[in-house]
Structures are given as structure tokens and as C-alpha cells.
Design a protein around this ligand. Structure first.
Ligand code: NOJ
Length: 792
């Protein structure tokens, strides 16, 4: 092996890492007697700085610019540009990091080329979008948030990191912390929902799960806070669209998860595609430097989104790619994803004095620091271990954790006449019907990294068969189509191109499918539907103007309804859908999101009552698309509508619709259980709270049902009068607690003035004295309200 890196280090370097790898598995120790462990020197900043100073001094300008470039392999492309020469560029030192190119077979040789062929042998970072699992796929991110269980989020990320690093990936582009209010936007499936408090906690838990407490450990990976910032409010739910967000809104609703991730030590940030108040986020010095670095003290590096630098041109913010590179880099975007504008123009920009070499050195330093922290200078091959890939991926334990996460994430939206759990004493046969009842392809949702879609995922049909054996007959029929675009086409997915051979062969085929389903249903005691959206209908570049269930699913359900049998819908989808028809016509609805590799087992657990549903909605479900944006923490308006007023004439000139209630179909925080939770009277320790005091809020909750189960007890507040108008409700705390049958527990929350702090009229942060309401309950629309006063 040509040990370029090693010779670089041994020749003039003052500081050398303790151990250098020569090849996968074999470790050299260039400094006899000094065999420091990674843990010892990972935090040794002085040693790291000396090493990087030395390395920087040896680098040419071209080599430095190379470190600023990130290129994509061909595995999960999300833009029109791919540069197929990327492997040679790695060998030439023109590219410092790679994504969409993983597995031992693909990534190890590339690292070898970087280390052995490039002049300085600087290792590359290998990245991939590890969003909700690597090969063991956990529930779609939004679904995982519906668990309201930080441990579910942390463990999901931890398992993902363990598996991804075993496949040679050391950097993930997650968590996505874009706050969302528009279910038309396909990317809500990747988001942490509409509530900033819940999203902040979940995002931090994910960072902790990915990164652990030691980035150099071979089973942890660098995380990315994305997309900074505002992307979640893309206008009209159309992907990549503009955003216009007031300062109050930006700082109260969009910034907090990002700031919290900086505080939690997130390794990197990704810019967002949108323009924000007229400035594209990828070229915003205010966001990337003034806020992120100067105000928040972020110490990692910033990567742009895919070709986002070049996109400053169509945004109308840069004249050409060279100008775009100048703007983005000077704004604070250290690394350019795919677009090559740094690669092509940075040298000229330096020579022309439009970019300073000091600034280049600074960005390169941040990237090299990350390489150091990942342990790559100690051993560039530390993440390539074939045995680990075989040992750590898709293990029984991981599959079981994914099953548990899916159970905890599913939300029981409706359950009339205790239609669920299925009564196995009286049911002899089930009709299992619908396009998602047995679709492996869809179970793992979008952005499913290296998840296998063909054999591994367990469908609802398989899960029920495994659980019920011969005790209950299952009559299956697909029954409907669920396509929304063209009926037959080649479609690009995040794991490549797949050829879609659909069932749509015109009307006769629909009729035949429905007939088969009706025949199956006639034989059964109960109908269980697997309905929803194809997985590709949410995720990136997957916006919809209609959010009802697509294809011929409605027609199917209308026909089945005529049989008069109990109908239970299990919905698989990455977004809040308009389920108004289903709400009126089905007896029970379980929202399973895309539940992941073990999803079918988890759903069977829930349907038969082995486990009680405990998920709560992280996003409001509208009655119709016309209500969007609809979210629970709205403002009151000057003319709030009162649906309870018996004299509705008085309510005419109020903030309302002529053709729909204002209220959603299912509110934020909604989710039923097989247990029956009774809330006692909410009690406050005092009617006043001082600025440095505490207020205790307590409530006794009793499970009066026949099943044990978990409940999410939610705490909200409202500031009645503020120096800026305040939301009608804001989540300030929750507790997820298990109750056995008949069990009572007193649940206690503590509120302080800091919990009531917000961005005041002058944008200062703090609480204001005055009247407040505190609300406690099982969902945002089912709370008890009490008043208290915050006093100076
Ligand atoms: C574009 C997406 O917006 C971003 O979230 C993702 O990480 C990159 N593509 C890389 O795949």
C-alpha cells in the first residue's frame, strides 16, 4: 500500500495520531509507545489543531477546494445532475466527501483510492440519507414522532447508525427539523410535525441517537440538522417553493429545533432550497453566519442541499454559477453538494480577490476537523468491516425494536362500538382488502435508505397470518388501485428506477377487482382494509393538491359498505390525509404511517389487542384540503368564531367558512386507546406564578377500561394578552405513562416563567406578566382549562 497519508504525517508533522491503519483491519502504530485510544485524543483539541495546521500548510489551493466538494454516487439521486467522474475526482483529491455510494464493496475501494492515490491521501467522508433506518427500517419519521416517545426516536437513530456505519457510512443527512403545516407538501413525512416543542425534543433525541457521545466510535455517525431554514413552509405545499415568514414566526416556530440541535452538538448543518423573505437560504449570510455561527456558536460545517448553490441562478439571486459560488461560500456554505460550482470557480474567485484564502482555510479546517472527529485520520478504513455488516444489520434485535417503534407510532383515530381490537372469540374469518394490505414495496415508506422493498418487509397480511395461524380464516383481495399519476410508467424512487406494472387496465379491471373484494368480504365476519397512498406519493418532490385516498379506493369502500359488515381501515400514508369519508363510513381507523420492515407484525399486535395503540397525532388532520394550513396553535383573530353560540346569526361576520366547520377532523395530539382513561380534576398548586417560582399542575388519571395501555397526558398553556398576539394553545409538556387495567396515577407537571417565555414585540426573549390558561388533557381539543397569573 502506498501510505501517502502516513508519509505525510511522519515527514514534517509535529503531531501524529496514535495509530494509523494500513488496510482494513490492520493497524500500524507510527509512534512507538504512544498507543492512545480514540477516546483519549478525540477531545484533544490542541493535538487536532496542530495536526490540521500542519496538513493545511501542505495543501495546495486546489486540494483545499477539493475538500469543499461533495459528490453523489448513483444510488439515491435527488436531482437532475450527477457527475459520473466522481471516483476519479476522489483519486485526484478534487472531492472530499461522497454520498449515495455505500456498502463495503462500493465504498471501501473509493476510500482506498482517496487514501492511496490522492497526493495527500486525505480520507473521504461517506454520507447517505439515513432517515428512519438503514436496512432495518423504522416507521416513517412523522410516524415515529407520533409515538411521543423520545426513546423511540433515539433508539431508531441509534440502530440506524449502527447499521449504516457497518455498511461504511459515517455521515447522515438527518434529522430533518422543518416545522410543517401543510399536508400537501410531500416532505411532511420526513418532518417532526407541526409543534415546535415536540419537534425540538424529537430532533435532539435523534441527534443523540445518531451521534452517541463519541463520533469516533465505529457505530455512531455524524448527524445533519436540515434544512436550514423555512423549507417546511414552502408555499401552497409545493416542493422547493418560496417562503415568506415574519421574524416572530421564524424565531418562534422554525428556529428552535435547529438551535437545540446546535446545543446538542450536531455535527453538520444543511441549507434549504427555499428562498426566505427574498434571500435564498443557501446564499443567506444572515442565516449561515450571523445566526448559526456568530449567535449560536455552531462549530461544525455547513453543506448545501443538492445543487442548491447553482439554484441561486434560477432564484434570480446570482447571475451565473460563478457568482452563485461566490455568494453561497461567502454567506457561510462550506461544502457544495453535487453542483460543482466551487470545484469549477472557486480558484478563479480567490485569484480575483472575491473569496479570501483565509475563508477557504477556515471551511477546510471545519471539514478536516470532522474527519478527525470521525476517527478517519486514525484509520480511514475504520467503518469498513465486512463481518460487522453481516453481524449488525437486520438483526433479530433490530427488527424487534422496529416492531416496537411501529406499535408505538400507530394512531387509533376512531374506534366506534369497540370495533377494535378484533374479538378473536367470536370472529371466524376476516376479509383483508385493499392495495396496501399486502404491499411489501410500500411498507417502508420513502427515504428508506438501503431498505429492501421486495422480500424483507412484513405486510399486514403476513403479520396477521403469523399471529392468527389457522384460528381465523383470512380472505384477501387487493380490491383497488392507488395510483395518482399516470397509470403505467417508469418511476424513480430513492433506491433507483422501478418499473411499475399497475393493475389499472381501464374500467373493466377496476370492476373485476371490486367484485373479487366483495366476494371475499361476503365470506367474512369483519372487513379489514389496507388503504392509503403509495409510498412515492410523499417524500421529496411528491406534493399533492388532493389529499384524499387516491385511485379507486373510495369506489371499493362504497361497494363494501353495502354489505353492512364492520369495516376497519388501516391507513398507510406519509401525510395527514383527508379521511372525512372514511371517518363517516368506517367503524375504526388505525393510522399506521409507513410502519417499516416489521410493520405487519406491529399492526397485527395492535389489531388483535396484544398491544394497545398509544400514538398521538403530531400534525392536524383537516376535514378538507381547503382548510390548509390548519394547525392547533393558531392565533385567536379579532373575530374568533364560536360554534357553540346558539344564536349563529351573531357569528356570521366571524372568522369561519360557509361550507365547513373550522375544526379539523382529528386534532393535534388526538389518538385513542383500548384502555379507557378517565381524567380527574386538574389542580394547580397556586393561582399565581412568580418570575422565579414554580407552579405545579397535577391530575389523577385512571384506566377504567378492560385493557392496559399507555396514555400521553398533554399540557398546554395560553397567554391571554401579550405584547404580540399569542397562539390559542401551546404544548409545554407531556408524559407518556403506562396504566394497567384499573390503575390510577397522579401526573404532575411543573411550570416556570421560562416555560412561558417567547419572542416579545421587540424580539427579546422572556415571559410577560399577566393572565394565562393552563390546559391538560388527552388531546389538544380535549382539555380542562384553569387560569393563573404570572406576577413580577
Ligand atoms: C435533497 C434533499 O432535500 C435533502 O434532504 C437530501 O439530504 C439531499 N437531497 C441528499 O440526498
Amino acid at each position: 500500500m502506498k501510505r501517502r497519508l502516513l508519509s505525510l504525517l511522519v515527514s514534517g508533522a509535529l503531531v501524529v495520531p496514535a495509530a494509523m491503519a494500513s488496510d482494513a483491519g490492520q493497524v500500524l502504530n507510527p509512534v512507538p509507545g504512544e498507543k492512545a485510544s480514540v477516546a483519549v485524543w478525540k477531545d484533544d483539541k490542541a493535538k487536532m489543531n496542530a495536526f490540521i495546521d500542519d496538513l493545511l500548510a501542505k495543501m495546495t489551493l486546489d486540494e483545499k477546494i477539493g475538500q469543499l466538494d461533495l459528490q453523489s454516487g448513483i444510488m439515491a439521486v435527488t436531482g437532475s445532475q450527477v457527475n459520473h467522474q466522481y471516483e476519479d475526482w476522489v483519486a485526484e483529491g478534487k472531492v472530499g466527501s461522497i454520498f449515495n455510494n455505500f456498502t463495503y464493496e462500493r465504498a471501501y475501494p473509493l476510500q482506498k483510492r482517496a487514501v492511496e492515490e490522492s497526493r495527500l491521501g486525505i480520507p473521504i467522508i461517506i454520507a447517505h440519507d439515513i432517515i428512519h433506518g438503514h436496512k432495518t427500517i423504522f416507521p416513517q419519521s412523522l410516524g415515529e414522532v407520533a409515538s411521543w416517545d423520545l426513546e423511540v426516536a433515539r433508539v431508531g437513530a441509534e440502530v440506524a447508525a449502527k447499521e449504516a456505519t457497518a455498511d461504511g457510512i459515517m455521515w447522515t443527512f438527518a434529522p430533518m427539523a422543518d416545522m410543517v403545516r401543510d399536508p400537501r407538501w410531500g416532505r411532511v413525512s420526513e418532518a417532526p410535525g407541526e409543534d415546535v416543542y415536540l419537534a425540538t425534543k424529537m430532533s435532539v433525541a435523534r441527534v443523540q441517537g445518531f451521534q452517541g457521545d463519541d463520533l469516533a466510535a465505529t457505530d455512531t455517525m455524524a448527524a445533519t440538522a436540515k434544512h436550514f431554514v423555512g423549507y417546511g413552509l414552502s408555499q401552497a405545499g409545493r416542493d422547493y417553493h418560496s417562503t415568506d415568514i415574519s421574524d416572530h414566526e421564524l424565531w418562534s416556530q422554525q428556529m428552535p429545533p435547529f438551535k437545540a440541535m446546535v446545543d446538542a452538538g450536531v455535527a453538520t448543518f444543511m441549507t434549504s432550497f427555499n428562498d426566505l423573505n427574498g434571500i435564498p437560504a443557501s446564499g443567506s449570510k444572515y442565516l449561515l453566519t450571523d445566526v448559526l455561527r456568530d449567535q449560536w456558536g455552531f462549530e461544525g460545517f455547513v453543506v448545501t442541499d443538492y445543487t442548491a448553490v447553482n439554484e441561486l441562478v434560477p432564484h434570480g439571486y446570482a447571475r451565473d454559477d460563478k457568482h452563485a459560488a461566490e455568494i453561497a461560500f461567502n454567506a457561510g456554505a462550506d461544502m457544495d453538494m453535487v453542483g460543482k460550482s466551487y470545484m469549477d470557480y472557486m480558484k478563479e474567485l480567490v485569484q480575483e480577490g472575491r473569496v479570501s484564502e483565509e475563508k477557504i482555510d477556515h471551511s477546510v479546517r471545519l471539514i478536516l476537523e470532522m474527519k478527525w472527529r470521525l476517527g478517519l485520520f486514525e484509520d480511514p478504513y475504520r467503518y469498513f468491516d465486512k463481518e460487522r455488516a453481516e453481524r449488525d444489520i437486520l438483526t433479530e434485535e433490530n427488527l424487534e425494536l422496529a416492531r416496537d417503534a411501529a406499535r408505538k407510532s400507530s394512531v387509533l383515530l376512531k374506534n366506534d362500538n369497540a370495533a377494535l381490537p378484533l374479538n378473536l372469540e367470536s370472529i371466524e374469518s376476516i376479509a383483508l382488502i385493499g392495495p396496501l394490505a399486502d404491499s411489501k414495496f410500500d411498507m417502508i415508506g420513502n427515504w428508506a435508505a438501503a431498505g429492501d422493498r421486495r422480500t424483507q418487509p412484513v405486510t399486514m397480511k403476513e403479520g396477521l397470518e403469523a399471529r392468527l395461524g389457522d384460528s381465523v380464516a383470512i380472505h384477501y383481495a387487493k380490491g383497488a388501485t392507488y395510483a395518482h399519476l399516470h397509470d403505467e410508467e417508469e418511476t424513480s424512487t430513492h433506491i433507483g428506477i422501478r418499473s411499475v406494472a399497475r393493475d389499472v387496465r381501464g374500467k373493466p379491471a377496476h370492476a373485476r377487482m371490486i367484485k373479487e373484494a366483495v366476494e371475499a368480504a361476503k365470506k367474512a365476519d369483519v372487513i379489514v382494509l389496507g388503504i392509503g397512498e403509495e409510498q412515492r406519493m410523499s417524500g421529496e418532490a411528491a406534493s399533492r393538491v388532493e389529499i384524499t385516498l387516491p385511485g379507486t379506493q373510495r369506489e371499493l369502500m362504497e361497494e363494501l359498505k353495502k354489505l353492512g359488515k364492520p369495516m376497519i381501515g388501516v391507513v398507510f400514508s406519509g401525510r395527514p390525509n383527508d379521511l372525512s369519508w372514511e371517518h363517516q363510513n368506517l367503524d375504526a381507523i388505525l393510522h399506521a404511517w409507513y410502519p417499516g420492515t416489521s410493520g405487519g407484525h406491529a399492526i397485527a399486535d395492535l389489531l388483535v389487542g396484544d398491544y394497545s395503540p398509544s400514538g398521538k397525532l403530531p400534525m392536524t388532520f383537516p376535514r378538507s384540503v381547503g382548510q390548509i394550513p390548519i394547525y392547533y396553535n393558531m392565533k385567536n383573530t379579532g373575530r374568533p368564531y364560536n360554534a357553540e353560540n346558539p344564536n349563529q346569526r351573531q357569528e356570521h361576520y366571524k372568522s369561519r367558512y360557509d361550507d365547513s366547520p373550522n375544526t379539523p377532523l382529528y386534532a393535534f395530539g388526538h389518538g385513542l386507546s383500548y384502555a379507557n382513561f378517565e381524567y380527574g380534576e386538574v389542580k394547580l398548586s397556586s393561582e399565581t406564578l412568580t418570575m422565579d417560582g414554580e407552579l405545579t399542575v397535577s391530575v389523577e388519571v385512571t384506566n377504567r377500561g378492560e385493557h392496559g395501555g399507555e396514555e400521553v397526558i398533554q399540557l398546554y398553556t395560553r397567554q391571554m394578552v401579550g405584547s404580540v398576539t399569542r397562539p390559542v394553545q401551546e404544548l409545554k409538556g407531556w408524559q407518556k405513562v403506562h396504566f394497567d387495567k384499573g390503575e390510577s396515577k397522579t401526573i404532575t407537571f411543573t411550570l416556570t416563567a421560562e416555560d412561558l417565555a417567547f419572542y416579545r414585540a421587540d424580539m427579546s426573549w422572556g415571559a410577560e406578566a399577566g393572565e394565562f390558561q393552563v390546559m391538560v388533557g388527552t388531546a389538544s381539543d380535549q382539555v380542562q382549562k384553569l387560569g393563573f397569573t404570572l406576577v413580577e
